[in-house]
Design a protein around this ligand. Structure first.
Ligand code: FAD
Length: 444
């Protein structure tokens, strides 16, 4: 059986994995890099919108000229029906206006992986990976290639870029912390309108929001975003889908005359973050580390950015800089904490259905007074689960240890500022305290 030795194994050839490979190769061409993905990027995938700032990242990995030649559709504007019945021509929801792009995701992934391969990165697509453990400082894998050949692979360093599955990080014992249960139901329609008419539209409804965007090849993708527990069981059936679409004012008119839709599918879209983003000899990048609400149109941008900075961290770490991985973790945490604040602001702008569960969950009002004394209850520890909500295990443990006697909420905030968990933004920490009160882990 063949044995492959590599310095860095990147698991996942999505935007984050490819960006890590491209930047690492650029920064240190002597490092041997192998990328393995269990998918093969064939066929088409759903469309996504990239913000204007993607240009700087594509330049950093040396692909800006080629990206422009790929023929992705320009996206000059996003329209939103959000907080108001009338559509507003606006920026990319989370930022200022300029030209962005609407990409077909799988084609974009192929573009990045082919660029990495052409620069000498080893690439195995359609391959199944089994983690065998760590021996003599190297991670050991058994890999079955697409051609069903089995080989052993040894890596000094592993980058988890497996998307929201965070496959390798979960093998390393990490937990996911979730902030909602958002899912998207998608359908793709034939679209005969001129390409210039293909702005992205976001339209809020009582139990969620709709997203519609043009794809290349005369197609239009529609997504209905809601929480998994609010999604009707029959949501994939055409009748239910059409009934939900009828609740929209503008989205339905975009596909009123369009040809048959491809079958609907459901994709997870929850905001989540790992409680540990790096360890001895590994890091997580992109969605494997943390995911952003699709409302932000920031997922791919953030994935590529974290891949680029992840590559710096790996390169520095392999050159003997032990602090490089922790710095990577802090950078990701800081970006995620800021994102959580921005996300709350956008959802708070929609007040037309104040009693609807979907919106109530996202208003995230602060109700806890700074002087409220809090104490840990004797509630049984949470069920052991790979998924936690709102607050990570180390954060909860720290709060509960502080609250063995009554502590005012503002003292807890102060203690966090001087702790290893000081990345936590005050607002997000207060929401965590409110969550623990709701779960009866704390009481007043
Ligand atoms: C409904 C929806 C709409 C979105 N719209 C937008 C948008 O408009 N704009 C935007 O920027 N972002 C959008 N996003 C987010 C964006 O798709 C992601 O943030 C981005 O793709 C993350 O890139 P990644 O490389 O980290 O992960 P992914 O793109 O998920 O790539 C992960 C890769 O890892 C592979 N993999 C998984 N497990 C394994 C394993 N065990 N071994 C080997 N390989 C594995 C997968 O096959 C995949 O190729 C949207 C997301 C959703 C859910």
């Amino acid at each position: 059986m063949n044995t492959v030795e590599t310095d860095v194994l990147i698991l996942g050839a999505g935007p984050a994995g490819s960006a890590t490979a491209l930047m690492l190769q650029q920064r240190n061409p002597a490092i041997k890099i192998t990328v393995v993905d269990h998918a093969d990027h064939q066929g088409i995938a759903l469309g996504e919108t990239l913000p204007p700032q993607i240009k700087a990242l594509m330049e950093a990995i040396g692909l800006w000229e080629q990206f422009q030649a790929e023929g992705h559709l320009p996206a000059y504007r996003t329209q939103s029906v959000w907080g108001n019945d009338a559509p507003i021509e606006n920026e990319f929801l989370f930022q200022t206006s300029a030209k962005g792009w609407r990409i077909e995701k799988r084609r974009f992934n192929r573009f990045l992986t082919e660029a990495a391969a052409s620069r000498g990165v080893g690439l195995m697509l359609g391959a199944t990976t089994h983690f065998l453990g760590k021996e003599a400082g190297a991670f050991q894998f058994q890999i079955e290639s697409k051609a069903q050949e089995t080989l052993w692979l040894q890596a000094r360093f592993v980058v988890d870029a497996t998307g929201r599955a965070a496959w390798f990080a979960s093998k390393m014992g990490t937990n996911k912390v979730r902030f909602d249960n958002l899912v998207g139901t998608w359908r793709v329609y034939e679209d005969s309108t001129p390409a210039s008419d293909g702005h992205t539209l976001v339209e809020a409804v009582e139990n969620g929001w709709w997203y519609s965007t043009r794809l290349p090849d005369q197609k239009m993708a529609l997504a209905y975003m809601t929480d998994s527990d609010l999604l009707e069981k029959s949501s994939l059936e055409t009748e239910t889908w059409d009934g939900q679409l009828d609740q929209t004012k503008y989205t339905r008119s975009r596909v009123a005359d369009h040809g048959s839709a491809e079958n609907a599918m459901v994709v997870p879209a929850a905001t989540q973050c790992l409680d540990t983003l790096c360890g001895e000899g590994w890091i997580a990048v992109g969605d494997a580390a943390c995911t952003f609400d699709p409302l932000s149109s920031q997922g791919v941008f953030k994935a590529i950015k974290s891949g680029i900075f992840g590559a710096y961290a790996v390169s520095d770490y392999l050159s003997g800089n032990q602090g490089a991985l922790t710095r990577h973790e802090w950078m990701l945490r800081d970006a995620f904490e800021t994102y959580l604040e921005t996300r709350a602001k956008f959802y708070q702008q929609e007040q037309r259905w104040p009693a609807a569960e979907f919106w109530q969950r996202r208003f995230e009002w602060i109700t806890l007074s700074p002087d409220t004394p809090l104490i840990a209850t004797k509630a049984a520890p949470q069920k052991i689960s790979k998924t936690r909500y709102v607050i990570s295990e180390p954060e909860e443990a720290f709060i509960l240890s502080l609250c063995q006697t009554y502590k005012p909420a503002h003292t807890i905030l102060e203690e966090f500022k001087h702790s290893p968990l000081r990345y936590k933004k005050p607002r997000n920490l207060i929401l965590g305290l409110q969550y623990l009160l709701g779960e009866n882990r704390l009481s007043t």
